[in-house]
Write a protein that binds this ligand. Structure first.
Ligand code: DAH
Length: 356
């Protein structure tokens, strides 16, 4: 029996060697290790042996099973590795892959988020109002008389029912004060609409941010400090601000805010050479916002609507300012045509996604 086992063992190891693929190897495994395989059959025959013979034969069979299994598994692994290698053979890992398409936020959204972050640090909350509003919120409550040019048909989109697409986000000042008693600190980002000819610097729908702070003892100093803080956060600590007297119906006194941004800051911020706008070349004052101290007549209109004296102009005061976001994006990115922000050209959007 010993020699039979030895002979079978040699044959089994040779069979593993010659098996050239996984299927052949499986056959070999079955042939020797299966229920009616050679190893099992010979184990069965142990019963016919004498007690003295059994241990030695048992040991031989065990050794055979172990070495057979070991060699078989090694061969299995080798065949698997070979198959893996073969499947990679036609692959060139140095070729560029197919990039997956990932969406990104529009530059205007990115800027809005950035501005919200800056004002949040000063305790401002976001307020909202409707894009379609009435003349009272858009003009009358903001001390804008019926003969003001902004109210003309050719300057404003009116609906047949007399409502209109808001010409500025200052409407949200009124809506916020109607709903909330002072003190109040809000910013209102949103769309504004004007019957402007569309060109490189005008859109008929654009984006504004309104800022309103009302409470006891709010002064022009607070307005200047807040506006300067904001513009320095956005354009760098070297940024200069200038408050130039102006007129707005809803503030008294009123100013325009001019900002002078350091070209070095802009150069570090943006911009592909092809987009470099003129203002990168020299420092100049850019007119960026309107502002002022809230006119008492605005508070009175709100009080009338609320039927209380929460906004008593004798006791409280406030400042407001407003600015367009497209202009800021244009400065930050160096683009010179505002229409790029609304045309949805992916080449442009991809280039500026993730800036600021
Ligand atoms: N609403 C003005 C505009 O659209 C901007 C503005 C000016 C907002 C002065 C203000 C302000 O809050 O105080 O041109």
């Amino acid at each position: 029996m010993k020699s039979l086992i030895q002979q079978q063992q040699d044959a089994s190891l040779a069979a593993i060697k010659t098996a050239s693929d996984a299927a052949a190897l499986k056959e070999v495994r079955l042939h020797y290790l299966g229920k009616s395989g050679a190893i099992s059959c010979l184990s069965e025959q142990m019963r016919t042996l004498s007690k003295e013979e059994r241990p030695a034969i048992g040991q031989l069979l065990n050794q055979w099973r172990n070495s057979f299994t070991e060699v078989l598994e090694a061969k299995e692994k080798m065949l698997l590795d070979q198959a893996d290698e073969a499947s990679f053979a036609s692959l060139d890992p140095s070729l560029p892959g197919t990039a997956s398409w990932q969406g990104a936020l529009h530059p205007l959204t990115l800027l809005t988020n950035r501005i919200v972050q800056i004002f949040r640090r000063l305790g401002f909350a976001i307020a909202e109002g409707p894009d379609i509003d009435d003349e009272w919120h858009c003009f009358d409550a903001l001390n804008t008389p019926p003969d003001h040019p902004a109210r003309q048909e050719q300057d404003t989109f009116y609906l047949p029912d007399g409502r209109l697409l808001r010409t500025h986000t200052s409407t949200v000042q009124i809506r916020a004060m109607e709903q909330t008693s002072p003190p109040l600190r809000i910013i209102a980002p949103g769309a504004a609409y004007r019957r402007d000819e569309i060109d490189a610097t005008h859109l008929s729908q654009f984006t504004q941010m309104e800022v309103l702070c009302v409470g006891e003892g709010i002064t022009l100093g607070d307005l200047k400090g807040t506006a300067e803080f904001f513009f320095r956060e956005l354009f760098g600590p070297e940024t200069e601000c200038r408050f130039r007297p102006h007129f707005f119906p809803f503030t008294e006194p009123s100013f325009e805010i001019d900002v002078r941004v350091k070209p070095a800051f802009l150069a570090s911020k943006c911009t592909p050479a092809s987009f470099k706008a003129e203002f990168l070349k020299e420092e100049k004052w850019l007119e960026l916002a309107g502002c002022g101290m809230v006119d008492p007549s605005v508070f009175e209109a709100v009080n009338q609507q609320r039927s209380d004296q929460a906004y008593d102009p004798e006791k409280i005061s406030g400042f407001a300012f407003g600015f367009g976001l497209e202009r800021l994006v244009m400065i930050l990115t160096g683009i010179s045509d505002i229409r790029m922000l609304s045309e949805n050209d992916l080449r442009f959007l991809k280039r500026f996604a993730g800036e600021f």
